[in-house]
Design a protein around this ligand. Structure first.
Ligand code: TRP
Ligand code: SF4
Length: 404
């Protein structure tokens, strides 16, 4: 069985909400594209999560899954570097969710802020369901199934990573305490050889007595290097540093996604629900049309009225797209009424269209060859399942279900 380097492994998911927009591109997607070169990445479509709120009308989900995956590919998520798959095609997510549900106190789920918030926000829906309460636990299963050390998410999802950590800790505490754990751990230390054993002991002491996270990290790195101990011993020693049992499910850390600076057409956050967005793959005419009709500084009624860029959402977009010279031109021209608003918008339209060109090109290839997308998802699914099965095998064993 292969040993997993959790700190190198990243997992993130998105609910299929349909076509993505430039806010997603400048926030989440560019981040994913960057991460895929630095980590082992798993990106998946959380279609079961979509069902928790759309169970009454799932008809749009399939098309949304499709559109979203093509958007990912268009944005540059590379199937050669990242594993891309659909959650419902890896049923192991459901099994782990079920197993974890056995140890999850109801109160933990009820007190997660998104639970009540979303129920209030989506008043028209009946979300007093079992599935919706379990939303964060399903997310925990998504993460723990791959033993991902880092989870890129927006600020709104941090509480879900936090409960994942609590679940992992509880799981390890309950099931990582095999009989004779301490003796096994002590025996494992000896197997590392004198020098390493001594180092491990002193780091463990430093961590336990002084809470030094540096010591914790060095100790983990030391264990990672060990060639002559088994996977089981390694997990025991990971857990033993902290005084607990074996680490079967490592605790993940949230990796906060940098906030997108891309404002919506009205200056608010770009969002589908505000209908103030420009699609990731919107065509040229429609981009131009949307920008041309964007609100500007409301004080600037006539062409001869001077304006204030800080009060204008167009300026917010210039800050994302334009170079210094253009920005200076906007600021001066606006404040002196030297340029008109349509004039001001022209370089912006060009910049957006230019940015989208390679996205359109990549997307076209996939739209012309849907089979290409199927096979990427098929391969992703196989790879994801292999990783998932390794974890589940250990989880089943730990929970006393290791029989065949
Ligand atoms: N709940 C996340 C969202 O709405 C999507 C998601 C599901 C997810 N499972 C995940 C994100 C696992 C990160 C890791 O954005
Ligand atoms: Fe906005 Fe540009 Fe018009 Fe000034 S000139 S109000 S920044 S669109």
């Amino acid at each position: 069985m292969s040993s997993v380097d959790s700190q190198q492994r990243i997992l993130s998911g998105m609910r299929p909400t349909g076509k993505l927009h430039l806010g997603h591109y400048h926030g989440v997607l560019k981040n994913w594209v960057k991460l895929q070169h630095e980590f082992e990445c798993f990106f998946f479509v959380a279609d079961w999560h979509a069902l928790t709120t759309q169970y009454d009308d799932p008809s749009g989900i399939e098309q949304s899954v499709w559109d979203m995956v093509v958007d990912w590919l268009a944005a540059g998520v590379n199937p050669g570097s990242s594993t891309m798959f659909i959650q419902s095609q890896v049923p192991e997510h459901a099994e782990l969710h079920l197993l974890l549900s056995m140890i999850t106190p109801l109160g933990w789920l009820e007190r997660i802020p998104t639970y009540k918030d979303q129920q209030e926000k989506l008043r028209e829906k009946d979300l007093a369901t079992y599935g919706f309460l379990g939303y964060p636990l399903l997310q925990s299963a998504d993460i723990l199934l791959y033993r991902a050390g880092k989870v890129p998410v927006g600020a709104d999802q941090v509480s879900h990573v936090e409960i994942t950590r609590e679940i992992a800790r509880r799981f390890n505490h309950i099931y990582g305490r095999e009989p004779g754990f301490e003796d096994l751990a002590e025996a494992a230390i000896v197997k590392m050889g004198k020098k390493n054993a001594k180092l491990y002991r002193s780091l463990k002491k430093r961590y336990q007595e002084e809470g030094s996270t540096e010591a914790l990290e060095i100790a983990r790195a030391l264990l990672k290097e060990q060639q002559n101990i088994s996977l089981g011993d390694r997990e025991r020693l990971y857990g033993y540093i902290e005084g607990g049992g074996k680490v079967i499910l490592p605790e993940p850390q949230p990796l906060l996604t940098p906030e997108s600076k891309m404002p919506g057409l009205d200056g608010q956050k770009m969002s589908k629900s505000y209908n103030n967005y420009i699609g990731l793959r919107e065509d040229r005419d429609s981009v131009a049309q949307k920008v041309r009709t964007m609100q500007t500084d409301p004080q600037r009624v006539r062409r001869t009225d001077p304006g204030e860029p800080e009060k204008c959402p167009v300026w917010g977009m210039h800050k994302v797209y334009s170079d210094e010279a253009t920005c200076a031109w906007v600021q001066d021209g606006c404040r002196s009424a030297g340029i008109g608003c349509l004039e001001c918008k022209t370089p912006l339209i060009e910049a957006i269209v230019e940015e989208q060109k390679p996205l359109h090109e990549r997307a076209k290839e996939y739209e012309d060859n849907p089979d290409l997308v199927y096979s990427i998802l098929q391969e992703g699914r196989e790879h994801a399942r292999d990783a998932a099965r390794d974890t589940l095998e250990e989880v089943r064993e730990a929970m006393g279900l290791g029989y065949r």
